[in-house]
Ligand binder design. Structure first.
Ligand SMILES: Cc1cc2nc3c(=O)[nH]c(=O)nc-3n(C[C@H](O)[C@H](O)[C@H](O)COP(=O)(O)OP(=O)(O)OC[C@H]3O[C@@H](n4cnc5c(N)ncnc54)[C@H](O)[C@@H]3O)c2cc1C
Length: 443
């Protein structure tokens, strides 16, 4: 193990390269450079990219390539030192952290300011069989696996003699009808449609079931848009069951709480998130599985430690409820990343600190070919206007022009040609399971 010397420049260490970590590292390095401050910024991450998760359903649906949603850190963060690895311990008193994996040796790294942005992982809720047989949608591996698994099953179904098994191979169950699960089912449905068309088969052979314990789809977009989305999904033949959950899952069957048993080989579990596993080892107060922070994103009692994004329970100053915290969305993570950059720089004597306060900009939900719902700034849109708003929003939000161009080109190609349905065989079931892909320990 190497121990980095403390005879050095002041050091800001950011943990995690998601939306919040990326913006924090970029923002603080820019502020320090402009002020000609000597402190260095180090970003510790398992990945050498920032993952634009809102487009993972498009990756699962075979509409865009995974590299389009992976923004390379080396290109976008030239003034930041990148340290590949995972942080598995933080000593708050000694101001050090332990980095393992990726590099040949572990490292004990000193920090003067620490920004914790390790995000969240899928919450499994202890449902029997989910950890083994379902896959999530938070990583490139999971999105690619869902696509390839489903395409593989469609191919196997063509040669299957037993009609029950054949139908099971053509059946997808998505658990969780928030925006991520709903977008996923819409994209997989579109993929199956193109697959059937290219193979000269009837589309209605594939079956899609979307279930949620809530009594609405996508409560985040409100009743009117939720109802329109539900109508659109059901209009495509997707079996949406509300007030229903998964009771048990095996390699071949999903047992629902409404008593139905569905034969399937492809189950996506997209039910919600909880703070990253590393948070539990910190011995700091958590709120709903997220790290409690002050409104300036500093950790109470530790003025040199900050947190943001899904990992942090940030007081929602825009809410009338005094106990409210901001929801785990990319919109908040991006803005909190920028806010924490400002406040960390201020703690080093550059600029002034500010509390995080945010106005809700609304949500865009792309529901596959020709349909979307969106409520930008509270204006309710559906159909083509929403589609344009959704795609325009994502293109503007992707933080690298090459990724924007590639994504725009793939979306344009969708208008003139079918989706590519080739299977690349890149991700195994083990590589996409929750433990390997998201780092979730068995429950
Ligand atoms: C399919 C899907 C669709 C979504 N769509 C939308 C949308 O349309 N709009 C919206 O606002 N939000 C959306 N979200 C939510 C959004 O993705 C999250 O809120 C956002 O990613 C949170 O950003 P973050 O930086 O806090 O965490 P993440 O983006 O989760 O990044 C955390 C990073 O930290 C790394 N990390 C974790 N632990 C460690 C460790 N110990 N050491 C080093 N690194 C570590 C992780 O590998 C990851 O790279 C969607 C999410 C999903 C899954």
């Amino acid at each position: 193990m190497t121990v980095s010397s403390s005879n050095r420049r002041e050091r800001v260490v950011v943990v995690g390269s998601g939306f919040a970590g990326f913006e924090a590292a970029r923002g603080v390095s820019r502020r320090l450079r402009r002020a000609e401050h000597s402190a260095e910024v180090v970003l510790v991450s398992m990945h050498d990219y920032m993952l634009y998760t809102p487009l993972l359903p498009d990756v699962a649906g075979g509409l865009i390539d995974p590299r389009y949603v992976a923004v390379p850190l080396a290109n976008e963060l030239p003034d930041v030192s990148l340290r590949p690895g995972s942080v598995d311990g933080v000593d708050l008193a000694a101001r050090t952290l332990h980095v393992s994996g990726c590099a040949p040796e572990d490292e004990e790294m000193h920090w003067d300011r620490l920004v914790l942005t390790p995000g969240s992982v899928t919450k499994l809720f202890g449902v029997p069989g989910v950890a083994e047989h379902a896959r999530g949608l938070k990583t490139v591996a999971e999105a690619l696996y869902l696509r390839e698994q489903f395409l593989h099953q469609l191919e196997l179904a063509e040669h299957e003699a037993d009609p029950q098994v054949q139908q099971a191979r053509r059946t997808v169950v998505v658990v969780g009808a928030s925006y991520a699960g709903t977008e996923l089912v819409a994209q997989l449905h579109a993929l199956a449609e193109d697959h059937a068309k290219q193979r000269g088969q009837a589309m209605n052979q594939a079956r899609f079931v979307l279930i949620d314990l809530a009594d609405r789809v996508m409560p985040e977009v409100g009743d009117t848009l939720g109802d329109r989305a539900l109508q659109s999904l059901r209009g495509r033949g997707i079996d949406v069951r509300l007030g229903t959950s998964l009771e048990e899952l095996t390699a071949e069957e999903a047992t629902l709480t409404d008593g139905d048993v569905i034969g399937t080989r492809t189950v996506a579990w997209v039910t919600g998130v909880t703070g990253a596993p590393m948070l539990e080892a910190l011995d700091l107060p958590l709120k709903k599985g997220r790290l409690a922070v002050n409104a300036d994103l500093s950790v109470p009692g530790h003025p040199h430690v900050f947190a943001a994004g899904d990992a942090a329970a940030v007081p929602d100053l825009a809410s009338k409820d005094k106990d409210a915290i901001t929801p785990p969305t990319a919109q908040h993570a991006v803005r909190q990343g920028k806010a924490v950059a400002r406040n960390v720089a201020a703690s080093l004597g550059v600029g002034s600190s500010r509390r995080y306060k945010h106005r809700n900009l609304g949500l865009v939900v792309d529901l596959g070919p020709k349909y979307a719902v969106a409520n930008p700034l509270g204006i309710k849109l559906s159909g083509w206007p929403a589609k344009i708003a959704a795609r325009g929003y994502h293109l503007a939000s992707l933080p690298r022009s090459a990724n924007r161009w590639a994504t725009a080109l793939a979306w344009t190609a969708e208008v003139t040609s079918d989706r590519p349905i080739s299977r690349l065989g890149l991700v195994s079931a083990d590589e996409a399971d929750f433990r390997t892909s998201e780092g979730i320990a068995d429950e």
